[in-house]
Design a protein around this ligand. Structure first.
Ligand SMILES: CC(=O)N[C@H](C=O)[C@@H](O)[C@H](O)[C@H](O)COP(=O)(O)O
Length: 296
C-alpha cells in the first residue's frame, strides 16, 4: 500500500510544496534564544532530570499517534494536522508525533491543540531526512516540541553535524531526544551518547534494512517486532518505542509484548487515504469469500 501521508518523500527543510504551510520557520529559529553553554548547578540539573523522567513516564505504556501528511496529500495542512492530533488525544493517545514536511507550522498548530507531550520532527530533503541538522533541532525546540525525533542511523548528515552534537544541542534547549533507528546497533550507539529514548522508526527505510535495499515508505509488510525484542534484550532499561507499519490493535499489543515501552501508530490511524484503500481492498476479499461460500 502506498503511504503518502507518512512517507519519507523528498521535501525541503520545513518547507513543503504548499509553501505557506511552513512560512516563518527560519524566523522562529532566528528568534529563539539558546541558553548559554554553561554547566547547570546541581539543583537545576536535578529538576531537569525529574522533568525528563516525568515526560518519559507520561509516554510509558501508551499509544503515541503520528499526525503527518506529505506534500500533495488531501489532508496536507497544519490546521488539519492539529485536528487529527486533538482527535487522537481525545481517543486516549498519550503523545503526538508531528512536524515532518509540515515543519514548524505543523508543530506550532499541533502544540496549540493538545496537552499531551509532543514529539517533533522536521523532514529534510535528504536521504537522512528526520531532523538531521542542528538547525532542524533548533526549529523543533522553538516550535514547542517536548522531545525531538532525530535520524540516528550511521549515515552522513546534510550539515556535517553528528548525532552527538545534535543531542547536546537538544538538551541545552531543554528538549529530550528520541533516536530513530533501523538497527539494534544504532540503538546501542544512540543510547550510549545520551539519547533519551529510541524508536524503531527507520527499520525498512535504510539501504541496509529495506527490502531490496530500497527505502520505499509503506511498502514493507509489517512492523519489525524482532528489532523491538532485540533492542529490549540489549537495553533492558531503555525507553523503547515501537514505530513503523503498526497496523492494528493486535500489533500494538504484540509490540508491547516484544518489549516496547510505548507504541507509535501513524498511517493506520491518520492517513485516511491509506485507511480507505485498506477497506476498499476488503470489499474484493469479502466479496470473493461470500461468492465462494455461496458456491459451496
Ligand atoms: C520512515 C519515516 O519517515 N517515518 C516517518 C516518521 O516520522 C513517518 O512517515 C511515519 O508515518 C511514522 O514513523 C509512523 O509510522 P507508520 O505511519 O508506519 O505508522
Amino acid at each position: 500500500m502506498s503511504n503518502p501521508l507518512h512517507g519519507t518523500g523528498s521535501h525541503s527543510s520545513g518547507l513543503d510544496s504548499a509553501g505557506s504551510d511552513t512560512a516563518g520557520s527560519d524566523s522562529a529559529a532566528a528568534n529563539h534564544q539558546e541558553p548559554d553553554n554553561q554547566e547547570p548547578d546541581n539543583q537545576a540539573s536535578n529538576n531537569e532530570a525529574s522533568n525528563n523522567t516525568a515526560l518519559l513516564d507520561r509516554l510509558a505504556g501508551g499509544l503515541i499517534v503520528s499526525c503527518q501528511a506529505s506534500a500533495g496529500h488531501p489532508l496536507r495542512d497544519s490546521a488539519t494536522m492539529a485536528r487529527l492530533a486533538a482527535a487522537a488525544e481525545a481517543g486516549g493517545a498519550v503523545g503526538i508525533r508531528a512536524g515532518g514536511v509540515g515543519g514548524v507550522a505543523d508543530l506550532r498548530a499541533v502544540r496549540a491543540a493538545v496537552t499531551v507531550p509532543l514529539i517533533g520532527l522536521i523532514k529534510l530533503d535528504a536521504p537522512v531526512s528526520i531532523t538531521s541538522t542542528l538547525q532542524a533541532v533548533r526549529e523543533c525546540a522553538a516550535a514547542g516540541a517536548d522531545m525531538v525525533a532525530i535520524d540516528a542511523t550511521a549515515r552522513p548528515r546534510l550539515d556535517g553535524s553528528s548525532l552527538a552534537e545534535q543531542i547536546v544541542l537538544a538538551h541545552r534547549l531543554g528538549v529530550l531526544v528520541l533516536a530513530d533507528v533501523a538497527t539494534a546497533a544504532e540503538a546501542d550507539a544512540a543510547l550510549a551518547i545520551g539519547a533519551d529514548a529510541v524508536a524503531t522508526t527507520l527499520s525498512g527505510y535504510t539501504p541496509d534494512t529495506a527490502p531490496q535495499g530500497r527505502a520505499v515508505p509503506g511498502t514493507a509488510a509489517g512492523p519489525d517486532l524482532d528489532l523491538v525484542a532485540d533492542i529490549r534484550r540489549r537495553q533492558p532499561e531503555a525507553t523503547l518505542i515501537a514505530e513503523g507499519r503498526i497496523g492494528s490493535p493486535d500489533q500494538v499489543g504484540a509490540a508491547v509484548a516484544a518489549g516496547a515501552s510505548a507504541v507509535v501508530v501513524g498511517t493506520a490511524i491518520t492517513d485516511l487515504t491509506a485507511v480507505t484503500a485498506r477497506f476498499v481492498a476488503g470489499l474484493g476479499v469479502s466479496g470473493m469469500s461470500e461468492i465462494s461460500q455461496q458456491s459451496q
